[in-house]
Design a binder for this molecule. Sequence first.
Ligand code: ACO
Length: 434
Amino acid sequence: MDPKGKATLSYAGKTAEFPVYGGTIGPDVIDIRKLYGGTGAFTYDPGFLSTASCSSKITYIDGDEGVLLYRGYPIEQLATNCDFLEVCYLLLNGELPNKDQKDKFDYTVTRHTMVHEQLARLFQGFRRDSHPMAVMVGVVGALSAFYHDSLDITNPEHREISAYRLIAKLPTIVAMAYKYNMGQPFIYPKNALGYTPNFMRMMFGVPAEDYKQNDVLNRALDRILILHADHEQNASTSTVRLAGSSGANPFACIASGIACLWGPAHGGANEAALQMLIDIEKEGGLAKVGEFIKKAKDKNSGVKLMGFGHRVYKNYDPRAKLMQETTREVLAEVGAENDPLLKLAMALEKIALEDDYFVSRKLYPNVDFYSGIVQRALGIPTSMFTCIFSMARTVGWIAQWNEMISDPEQKIGRPRQLYTGAAKRDVTPMAKRK
Ligand code: ACO
C-alpha cells in the first residue's frame, strides 16, 4: 500500500513523520509503528477509541450514516436476497457464490454437522443448570482435541476445513447445550435439511414426534444469523485475532471469542433489552413509558434505555430496521400481533427518537432493541440468546482469523502500557517488614 500523505508529530524537542494511508472508504490511518523508535513514546488509547488494529477487507461500518457492508454489499440487500450460508460464503471468500459454488458449499457444511460421540459425552461433566454460554466456551474449546489432522494454521487447506467444521458444528453444539439444560435427549442433525431448519429441529424436536417446520420462523432465525454474522473489529473479534496472533488453533481462538461475547456489554445486551421491556410491562406497561424515559435520562438513576446507543452507530443501526420488520412477521405468524412488549418497544422508540436528550447524543435503537422479542417469539429462552449470537458470529470470527493469518504484516498482538505502579525498590526481609 502506498501512503497518501504524511503526518508530523513534534514531541520533546523531536519531530517525527509518519505515513498516512487511505482505505477504500472510511477514515485515513496514521501509521505510528515507528513512533516508539522515533520518539521514545507510546500512544495511549484504552478501549481503542482511535486505533485501527489491522487492515481488513471484510466488513465496513459507517456509524454516522448507519451503513453496514459485508464485502461491500449493504446488509439490507444481503438480508433480503440471500440465505445465511450464502453470506458465510461471501464473508469467507470475498464474493457471493454462483449456484454451483453455493450447492457445493452447502453440501460440505452439511457433511460436517455431526460431532464426535466422545464430545457428546463431555456434556455430562457439566451441571444441568450451567449457563449454556459456560458450556459453549468449554465444548467449542474442546473441539481442538478432536482435529489433530488439521491444526497446522500455516496450511490454507487446514484452515478451510476448520472453517467448515466450526460453521457446521456450532448449531449442533448450541442445540446440545439447550437440550442438556432441559434434560432432553440430543437430537442428531438431519442432512436433508437446510442450515436453519436443521438447527430449529435440533433445538425444538423430540424423538417422540416429528418436528413441524415453519418457514416464517426459519426465515426469521436465518435473518438474525445474517445480521449478526460480522461487525468488523468489535471486542470478541479482536479477542479472536489477538488469541490467533500467537498461533493458537482456530477452535481455541473461537472459544476465546465466545468468552468475550458472553459479557453483558457485548452479546448480553439483547437479554438486558428484553428484561427491561418485561420489567416496564410488569410495572404498568404503556402508562409507565414516560416515567421510564425520564429515569433513563437521569444520570443518577443508574437506568439506561437498553438496546439504545452504540459505540460506532451514531445513527439508526441498519440491523435494527431489519429486525423490526422481522419482529412483526414473526409475531403475526405466532398470533401475537398484539404482543404488549412490541407495543412498549415501539412507544419507547417513538418517544426517544423525538426527545432532545436522545437526539442530541445520537442515541438510536441498535440491533438488540428488537432481537430479544423475536427470539422469545421463536421459543428461544433468554439464557440462549448469546449462544445464538455466537453461532452467527462464528463465520465472522473465522473469516477475520483467516484474514489475519494470511496477512504478511501479521505480528503477535502485544499492546504496550503507561506504567503507573511503584518505581524500582528493594525487597525488605520479612523480619524487618512492618
Ligand atoms: N440510555 C440513556 N443514556 C445513554 C444511553 C442509553 N442507552 N446510551 C448512552 N447514553 C448517554 C450516556 O450517558 C452519555 O451521556 P453524557 O454525554 O451526558 O455523559 C452519552 O449518551 C454517550 O454515551 P457513552 O456511554 O459515552 O457512549 P459509548 O459509545 O461509550 O457507549 C453503549 C455505547 C455502551 C452501547 C451505550 O450506548 C449503552 O450502554 N447502551 C445500552 C446498552 C446496549 O444496548 N448495548 C448494546 C450495544 S450493541 C451490541 O453489542 C450488539
